[in-house]
Design a protein around this ligand. Structure first.
Ligand SMILES: Cc1cc2nc3c(=O)[nH]c(=O)nc-3n(C[C@H](O)[C@H](O)[C@H](O)COP(=O)(O)OP(=O)(O)OC[C@H]3O[C@@H](n4cnc5c(N)ncnc54)[C@H](O)[C@@H]3O)c2cc1C
Length: 540
């Protein structure tokens, strides 16, 4: 086992696994193979350590417990998982953004990780009986599947300290014809139904309470009973209380709960979803700490399940964070000249080449004069207005778009009535010069600026409108976000009402302030309804 100093708190692991038994190593294997940075901290006392061999583990039947774990540690190390010796004493939330934990060990090692897998197993709390604990895992047993075969045909005494005794005796009666239930002092007696069923299986009941485990030549010899008699047996079966090893989770408010089977309290376990997720986001559990009945194979499988679910959890978190960053970046780029130069530089046109519908609806009845088109793009609106007799200036910050628009105007025969200017509207303030140029129509079709910037732009554009002239501002309504079409663009969508504060009522008559439905076809071919925010105002 590696005992190197784990990486500092400032450089967190993806996952810290507390406990390097079957469950913890099972989780670490799945995570290591998923290229996660993983640290396993293990106190080195797996529950089955007293037993000579692991049974019912397909493919590794009869392997000594510590040998199985040593093999597992080698396997996880091959995928970059670090395993260190230590006992975790505290797990607390870290003091930074997002989900994560700081972990302290008895050895005063401090480690930080985005997620924690708790795979610390359980403590078997044995019944009080002189000499019993010393034989635990050797000839004092609890589970017919762990060591039942090894005591087949032998004399088995089931020490009855709780209501599980009759159940255990029936199980061991499959393995031996010599099974006795020995009632401990104060233990609940088997019910009449249980007695009947035990008798069918040839199990006898001894009502003389045991006082001592008798050992001869390092082998169990029998139970000394209160009467002084010796009950000869080769193995004693007990029903320990299972106590989850999770006291260090208390600072997170995660406390083991009592576990029952058939109304009988087995002990405690940390409750979890089938995936292994606990009620504390970021803390996962696997193996006996949450499933007291799980055997080694089941604990390892539980670890694998948690490792896989947790890897997905981290992928999801990283993807969500990446999405937010990507959208922010795209939004940033959307307002910068290089992105638009690139867009207009493509061979295919960006826009339809037709006049925008709200401009057509609002300007068709206006007498032609001198107009300004803000964000003129490939020039379709300018060409339409010029075709109706307007002299018009198109402004845009894309030089590529301006060039293409000018070519379109020449080709359409309206070059004489059009002018193109390279302008970034973010610094455009025509009203700032009291003697500056004024237009009879200032139109802005689907120009958007982030963070409420359209209100400020509307105020500045209004300064360029001649007396009696029209200001027409059209854009996408915030409800469009629900269509998925304005993905990531929600911060700069606007309603007509959003723009009204830009216009002094003493100077402006609001002619239209409404949302107009329009159907569009999405890139997926779906026809959806969107809303256009339309503000038309006349300068008094
Ligand atoms: C005597 C006996 C014999 C058994 N025989 C078999 C058998 O033959 N076949 C079978 O399938 N099952 C057997 N079992 C059951 C088996 O022990 C469990 O199924 C298995 O150990 C559960 O694995 P786990 O990883 O959940 O917990 P464990 O194996 O108990 O591993 C938990 C690990 O966490 C570590 N740990 C605990 N607390 C901390 C902490 N605070 N900080 C750091 N590390 C910590 C421990 O040191 C340990 O290494 C037997 C059980 C017993 C009691």
């Amino acid at each position: 086992m590696r005992t190197n100093q784990a990486r500092p708190v400032a450089d967190p692991y993806d996952v810290l696994v507390v406990g390097g038994g079957a469950a913890g190593l099972g989780a670490a294997l799945a995570l290591g193979r998923s290229r996660r940075s993983v640290l396993v901290i293990d106190a080195g006392d797996p529950r089955n350590a007293p037993a000579g061999h692991v049974h019912n583990y397909l493919g590794r039947e009869g392997t000594p417990p510590l040998e199985l774990l040593a093999t597992g540690r080698g396997e996880v190390a091959a995928y970059g998982v670090e395993v260190v010796s230590g006992r975790v004493s505290v797990v607390r939330p870290w003091r930074r953004e997002g989900i994560g934990f700081e972990v302290v060990t008895d050895e005063e090692r401090e480690v930080a990780a985005r997620r924690v897998v708790v795979a610390t197993g359980l403590t078997d709390v044995l019944p009080e009986l002189s000499g019993l604990a010393e034989r635990w895992g050797r000839d004092v047993l609890h589970c017919p599947y762990c060591h039942g075969w090894e005591v087949r045909g032998q004399a088995v005494a089931v020490l009855a300290t709780n209501a599980r005794a009759a159940h255990q005796a029936l199980l061991f009666s499959q393995l031996s014809d010599d099974v006795a239930v020995v009632l401990a002092a104060g233990a609940p007696a088997p019910t009449d139904v249980e007695l009947e069923r035990l008798s069918v299986r040839g199990v006898r009941v001894v009502a003389d309470p045991p006082v001592e485990v008798v050992v001869e030549r390092d082998a169990l010899h029998g139970l000394r009973l209160a009467s002084g008699e010796l009950l000869r047996c080769d193995a004693v079966v007990v029903a320990p209380a299972f106590r989850a090893r999770a006291a260090f989770l208390a600072p997170l408010g995660l406390v083991p709960q009592s576990v029952e089977i058939g109304g009988e309290v087995l002990g405690t376990a940390v409750p979890a979803e089938p995936s292994g997720a606990t009620t504390v986001p970021g803390v996962w559990v696997a193996g006996n700490v949450t499933e007291p009945m799980a055997q080694v194979l089941g604990a390892a499988a539980g670890g694998l399940r948690v490792g896989a679910a947790l890897n997905l959890d981290l992928i999801t978190e990283d993807t969500d964070a990446g999405l937010v960053a990507q959208r922010a970046r795209l939004q940033e780029e959307l307002f910068e000249q290089p992105a638009w130069e690139q867009r207009y530089g493509a061979a295919a046109p960006v826009w339809s080449g037709r006049v925008n519908p709200q401009l057509e609806a609002e300007a068709a009845s206006l007498a032609p004069g001198h107009a300004l088109d803000v964000g003129s793009g490939e020039g379709a609106d300018v060409l339409w207005l010029a075709g109706r007799g307007w002299t018009i200036t198109g402004i845009d910050f894309s030089t590529v778009a301006l060039r293409k628009a000018a070519e379109h105007a020449e080709a359409a025969g309206v070059g004489q009535r059009t002018e193109w200017r390279h302008v970034d509207v973010r610094g455009f303030d025509p009203g700032a010069d009291p003697h500056g140029e004024r237009w009879d129509l200032v139109t802005s079709q689907y120009m958007h600026l982030p963070d409420g910037g359209m209100l400020e732009l509307t105020r500045r554009l209004a300064g360029g409108v001649a007396q009696g002239g029209t200001l027409l501002v059209v854009g996408h309504h915030p409800d469009d976000h629900a269509t998925g079409l304005r993905h990531g663009h929600e911060s700069f969508l606007f309603t007509p009402a959003d723009l009204l504060p830009a216009l002094d009522p003493a100077l402006w008559e609001i002619e239209v302030a409404e949302v107009r439905p329009r159907t569009v076809t999405t890139p997926d071919g779906e026809v959806v309804e969107v809303g256009d925010s339309v503000l038309r105002a006349r300068r008094r």
